[in-house]
Write a protein that binds this ligand. Structure first.
Ligand code: PMP
Length: 439
């Protein structure tokens, strides 16, 4: 449906909106640049633009939409709150909606954590929950330094940037995240992960390493923005052992990996690791803004108001989140993500022999990445990745570009993806790569 301002205009529906957006919105707008779409309707995997074009959405609100757009159970939950007359703004007061959300979330947590967990409702973005987690462990340990990983992404607020890969900070010690492809130690696989673990251990145990005892270690079970790098299970267990043995709280940032995305309910579940703190956002709000941390009760030593915020009581998001968590659990969508993701990964790997520009394909569950390279040099090919994203868009497929050198085409489809939809997504992507090369 065209906006009122476009009606009667000679331009295509939505063009006026896009033009005004470009004039009025800030230079830092992101997705709006690469996806010049004016979405007016959406259902499941599909978004419809104002111009009537339909797209298969494998960006899913940057990995937020576990059930795709406007899933019936999510809409029903939201309508239920609206029709009940419940207040929509309640600060951090107790409500039946919040109580139900917390119960459902605790049902899905690793049992050992759920048995004695506390939850903090944060401001509604993942980055605020990261801030809360860092503050929590700093308060509980009385220490300030942090351990974080190369390639990490934890958000855009100051503390989250400190522990992300892009910004150097004296308070965060950067450790090598294991990578098979472009392994920093040049060996990859198990050996590369082992060297990364040893480096971590030696920094902590060498009295002259220059690294003071830290307040915590923050890790993504699969690095998403960093280019889709799943951490090896054995390595994550080593991180757990290393931190536990030295009294260092382990923070798992599950903002992107949570709620079935990687083929287990939580990314840490693959390794059987129970962190001390979990940072959760994106899918837990069922497409609406919600962010929390859950953590071991013994860390709960911060003062009332130490991490406050006006918008910590989004009732619609809690209801949508409860419905989403329950649907993923009841319908075994984590297992579905694992099996379908494995098949999609295998199919994407099939692109490598015919396309020397596809350097690597990797992922876990429905978090998939295709790294594009210059076949002559082996270097990342960000311009080609952008061209592939555009060629996908031309074919009605929305994908994301990420990775350390912005050379990775990323897929984050909803966990409700059908086999037929997966085949359509793969066909369009396979078609887009040679088309992008021809440009
Ligand atoms: N942590 C991870 C692992 C993320 O992927 C993101 C967002 N991509 C964030 C934190 C930040 O979340 P938000 O954008 O909601 O602040």
């Amino acid at each position: 449906m065209p906006g009122a301002a476009d009606q009667g205009a000679s331009t295509a529906p939505g063009e006026g909106i896009l033009r005004r957006q470009a004039q009025r919105e800030s230079a830092v707008r992101t997705y709006a640049r690469s996806l010049p779409i004016v979405p007016v309707r959406a259902r499941g995997l599909t978004i419809e633009g104002a111009d009537g074009r339909r797209y298969l959405d494998c960006l899913s609100g940057a990995g937020t939409l576990a059930l795709g757009h406007n899933h019936p159970v999510v809409l029903e939950a939201i309508r239920g709150v609206l029709d009940s007359g419940a207040p929509l703004h309640v600060l951090d007061l107790a409500t039946p909606v919040k109580d139900a959300f917390t119960t459902e979330l605790f049902t899905n947590l690793p049992a050992e954590l759920a048995a004695d967990a506390r939850i903090q409702f944060c401001g509604p973005a993942g980055t605020d929950a990261v801030e809360a987690a860092l503050k929590l462990v700093r308060t509980a340990t009385g220490r300030s330094g942090l351990l974080a990983f190369t390639g990490a992404y934890h958000g855009m607020t100051a503390g989250a940037l400190d522990v992300s890969g892009g910004a150097p900070d004296v308070r965060a010690t950067r450790l090598p995240y294991p990578q098979d492809y472009r392994c920093p130690f040049g060996v990859g696989g198990r050996a590369g992960a082992e060297l990364s673990a040893r480096w971590t251990e030696s920094l902590l145990d060498d009295p002259k390493s220059g690294v003071a005892a830290p307040a915590g270690m923050i890790v993504e079970p699969v690095q998403g923005e960093g280019g889709v790098h799943p951490s090896p299970d054995a390595w994550l267990r080593r991180m757990r052992e290393i931190t536990a043995a030295r009294g260092i709280p382990l923070i798992a940032d599950e903002v992107q990996t949570g709620v079935g995305r990687t083929g287990a309910f939580w990314g840490v579940d693959h390794a059987g690791v129970v962190p001390d703190v979990m940072v959760l956002s994106k899918a837990i709000g069922g497409s609406l803004p919600l962010a929390v941390i859950v953590y071991r009760a013994e860390l709960d030593r911060w003062a009332p108001g130490a991490h406050a915020g006006t918008f910590r009581g989004n009732q619609l998001a809690m209801a949508a989140g409860t419905a989403t968590l329950a649907y993923v659990r009841e319908n075994g969508l984590a297992a579905r993500a694992e099996s379908l993701g494995a098949r999609m990964l295998a199919s994407l790997r099939g692109l490598i022999p015919a396309h020397p520009c596809v350097g690597d394909v990797r992922g876990r569950g429905l978090m998939l990445g295709v790294e594009l390279i210059d076949p002559d040099t082996g270097e990342a090919a960000p311009a080609l990745a952008v061209a592939v994203r555009q060629a996908c868009l031309d074919r009605g497929l929305i994908v994301e570009v990420g990775g350390r050198h912005s050379g990775v085409v990323r897929l984050l489809p909803p966990l409700t993806l059908t086999d037929e939809q997966a085949a359509a997504v793969l066909d369009r992507l396979a078609d887009a790569i040679p088309a992008a090369l021809r440009r």
